[in-house]
Design a protein around this ligand. Structure first.
Ligand code: 13P
Length: 229
């Protein structure tokens, strides 16, 4: 299983350091096949020791340059970051990232050999139209994306399940991941209110290779308990 923590705009540099101290200690007991990723805010990127992969939540598709407020490849390289989230719904919806922009980022960081966790997910009104509409919506989010890229992980995160405390149902996750499995061969993560109470059930679903966790990942002990459960 893959366990990925997305801090979003939470934690400071100092609390992230304390987080890694706790997490590293706790996950020393994790199963050897399990992989842990943590995506802190850009201000907390640093050199950390431990059995996890440090990733960035976002970056601009350029080495460096005049892109106010953004970070580029040069800033990631300083901390040996080679893993990136691309296409998160919060960036698509709140920051207005178009599919074209998302695909441009994907191409740039793919050319750099980055491991990419590529996020897709439908809004509630699409889910309410049923499975066919959901699948069509999700497949459209692969437009311009090389789904055969060897360092790709796909995260399915229904927007209506993010931060709501209401995860998708087992049936919804199972049918969506089954459809995604026909489209892509890479590992498939589920994200959206995954927590210590539902992790075992989610982890047991066919075609679920891991989870991308927001709120429940903010506490190192809680996130570790999901990994160790
Ligand atoms: P929550 O776990 O808070 O629902 O967030 C999921 C998410 O968006 C992870 O990227």
């Amino acid at each position: 299983m893959i366990f990925a923590a997305n801090f979003k705009t939470n934690h400071t540099r100092s609390s992230t350091k304390a987080y890694f101290d706790t997490l590293s200690q706790k996950i020393a007991a994790k199963k050897s096949g399990d992989k842990v990723y943590v995506f802190p805010p850009a201000t907390a990127l640093d050199h950390y020791e431990g059995d996890f992969t440090l990733g960035a939540q976002n970056a601009y598709p350029a080495q460096k340059g005049a892109f106010t407020g953004e970070i580029g490849l040069e800033q990631l390289e300083e901390f040996s970051v080679k893993t990136l989230l691309i296409g998160h719904s919060e960036r698509r919806e709140l920051l207005g990232e178009s599919q074209e922009k998302v695909a441009e980022k994907f191409d740039f960081f793919k050319a750099q050999g980055f491991e990419i966790i590529y996020c897709i997910g439908e809004p509630l009104e699409v889910r309410q139209e049923g499975d066919a509409a959901v699948n069509a919506y999700l497949l459209a989010q692969f437009e311009g994306i090389d789904t055969g890229y060897e360092n790709l992980i796909v995260a399915y995160e229904p927007i209506w399940a993010i931060g709501t405390g209401r995860s998708a149902t087992i049936e919804e996750i199972a049918s969506t991941h089954q459809a995604l499995r026909k489209a892509v061969a890479c590992p498939l993560l589920y994200g959206g209110s995954a927590n210590p109470d539902n992790i075992r059930e989610i982890a047991s679903i066919d075609n679920v290779d891991g989870v991308l966790v927001g709120s429940a990942s903010l506490d190192a002990e809680k996130f570790a308990s999901m990994i160790l459960s």
